[in-house]
Write a protein that binds this ligand. Structure first.
Ligand code: SAM
Length: 196
């Protein structure tokens, strides 16, 4: 049982692109109430109770972050009441990741919608851009980033920024996402860590 229907979007994307492999470390940004983290725990085998129960499968790591409280989940570490865009959160996150690195960053973050479409779009794009800074701190070379956005005038700017540091960037609209919503996902793969 998933905590939220959003799980089906991640399952659909992961079934197709195989982002989440056993043993991987995953950061789930905007994780409350925890449905994506539930999917990630299963797929990276962080609780050791995945769909495949081969004891030889490597154990992964899942760290979820949200401004809200995230109820506990076996196999996940949660940073509740924390802002993903705040550098003090980044320090806590790094301590929870093996080798201080993640294979995959997920973001289903969304601001509280004001109802003004352009404003909400701009806010969410700004949040997505901050994920590119977070990637520089935590994402390992060749890693992937999956992030939700609301389509609008700044979409292309985000896509260009992603393309400047990732080898591949695709736009996804999962079946499980309402047809009439502006919701989309960017799947950015093959991260190239900028030289310091
Ligand atoms: N993927 C989640 C799941 O499957 O359970 C649902 C995520 S919900 C659509 C979006 C979440 O983003 C909200 O819980 C919200 O609190 C969180 N959020 C928005 N801005 C944030 C920020 N700056 N830092 C952390 N979380 C944030």
């Amino acid at each position: 049982n998933f905590r939220c229907r959003s799980a089906f979007k991640l399952l659909e994307i992961d079934d197709k692109f195989r982002l989440l492999q056993p043993g991987f470390s995953v950061v789930d940004c905007g994780a409350a109430p925890g449905a994506w983290s539930q999917v990630a725990v299963q797929r990276v085998n962080s609780a050791g109770t995945g769909e495949r129960t081969d004891p030889a499968l490597p154990r992964g790591t899942v760290v979820g972050i949200d401004l809200l409280y995230i109820p506990p989940l076996d196999g996940a570490h949660f940073l509740s009441s924390q802002d993903v865009t705040d550098p003090s959160t980044h320090a806590k996150l790094l301590e929870l990741l093996p080798n201080r690195q993640a294979h995959v960053m997920l973001s289903d973050m969304a601001p509280n919608a004001s109802g003004f479409r352009d404003m909400d779009h701009e806010k969410l794009i700004t949040m997505c851009l901050s994920l590119i800074d977070l990637a520089e701190k935590v994402l390992q070379p060749q890693g992937s980033l999956l992030c939700k956005y609301w389509d609008g005038i700044l979409t292309r700017r985000l896509q260009e920024k992603l393309s400047s540091v990732f080898g591949g960037v695709r736009t996804l609209k999962p079946q499980a996402s309402r047809k009439d919503s502006a919701e989309r996902y960017f799947l950015a793969t093959m991260y190239r860590k900028p030289m310091k």
